[in-house]
Design a protein around this ligand. Structure first.
Ligand code: ATP
Length: 357
């Protein structure tokens, strides 16, 4: 069993920087957990504490049934894949992959079998005699993965493993990592600041901000019901529109003159209270001109994305973006009338940024 559990884990660096401020969650055996958040939010520090590369200031990390706080990285039964691959330049691909096993005193035949098996899985059998400098970025990344696989660890740890690859290769490797993790059934923790990677890879998404967890959930849950304005604007691309509004009555918010229905809005909010209203660009629907309940959107310019278009302009006088399929509307600047499904209207507290509905 390789469930990973973090209980009130904190990290205070020398000099007093509180990088991780008491984080608790668990990853079931075979789960894929992605830690996502902006630069400096503490995600690498958290991963490095699980890896044993950083001491834990307080709290507890458990891998399987063992508390590992005092256990060195080599004894934790984990394998880590880094952003810079960390391959030995003077060694062949084969030796890079065999290195860790040789250090553990694994018999030669078994090393050979494991390296060849990993090379087959990763389709790098033809590269085993090459040196890292004779490889492309994607091939190097595969070797780094191969080095992790041969160890047959209980947990894979990934620290932004794709950030040095070009956009196309990133997408390809992302799919390969997910397939590989599924096939091997290994528990994985993956750090990234890329929200697309986070959404597509995870079955448990942990959004971090300022050393704390903002939200934990299935990626679709986090997308549909972001717990805060921070999460709402961090997850989703293009980012959610945030507009100042007021409570107009039960389940109703006002944006200037216009009003919008919002499902599951908290009922204890006084009419007239200021709020922030979040509308995702992809949740906007086109209405017919002047239709009851529709809002006027003045389109200023249009960006062509191929399958869809981004309409930039002003809603109730404020900057606003809508995403729509190319053939849904004749693309031109001017006034459009829009509506939003009440399930897709997000409302946040002005002071705390917390979700109100
Ligand atoms: P990035 O995406 O930029 O790598 P991150 O979310 O992984 O960011 P961390 O590297 O975990 O963030 O850093 C969290 C905080 O801890 C930052 O404020 C950083 O400056 C600080 N920090 C990181 N390493 C150290 C260190 N060795 N000594 C002191 N402060 C550190």
């Amino acid at each position: 069993m390789a469930q990973v559990t973090l209980t009130n884990v904190k990290k205070v660096y020398f000099g007093g920087v509180e990088a991780v401020k008491g984080v608790s969650f668990d990853i079931p055996d075979g789960g894929f957990c992605v830690l996502v958040g902006p630069s400096g939010c503490g995600k690498s520090t958290l991963l490095r504490m699980v890896a044993g590369l950083e001491t834990i200031s307080s709290g507890e990390v458990t891998i399987g049934n063992r508390v590992v706080n005092q256990i060195g990285p080599a004894e934790r039964d984990i394998a880590m894949v880094f952003q810079n691959y960390a391959l030995y330049p003077h060694m062949s691909v084969y030796d890079n992959m065999a290195y860790g096993l040789r250090n553990l005193g694994t018999p030669k035949d078994e090393i050979d079998a494991r390296v060849k098996e990993a090379a087959r899985i990763l389709a790098i059998e033809a590269l085993l005699e090459r040196r890292p400098k004779q490889l492309s970025g994607g091939q190097r990344q595969r070797v780094a993965m191969g080095r992790a696989i041969v160890r047959k660890p209980q947990v894979f740890l990934f620290d932004e493993p794709l950030s040095n690859l070009d956009a196309k290769l990133r997408v390809q490797m992302r799919v390969e990592i997910k397939k590989l993790q599924r096939a091997l059934g290994v528990t994985a923790i993956y750090v990234t600041h890329d929200q697309v990677e986070a959404m597509t890879l995870s079955d448990k998404l942990v959004v971090m901000n300022g050393g704390q967890v903002e939200q934990i959930g299935l990626p679709a849950e986090v997308y549909k019901k972001p717990a805060s304005k921070f999460v709402a604007t961090f997850i989703g691309s293009p980012p959610m529109n945030i507009l100042p509004g007021t409570i107009d009555g039960p389940g109703i918010v006002a944006l200037g003159e216009a009003i919008l229905e919002a499902r599951d809005l908290r009922e204890d909010l006084a009419a007239g209270s200021p709020v922030e209203v979040g509308l995702r660009p992809e949740d906007i629907e086109i209405a017919s001109e002047g239709e009851a309940g529709s809002l006027p959107f003045d389109v200023e310019f249009i960006e062509e994305l191929g399958a869809t278009q981004l309409f930039h302009g002003k809603l109730a006088g404020l900057p606003f973006v809508m995403q729509a399929a190319t053939d849904a509307i004749s693309a031109q600047a001017g006034r459009l009338w829009i509506t939003v499904n009440p399930d897709r209207v997000h409302v946040f507290d002005v002071q705390t940024g917390g979700r109100l509905g």
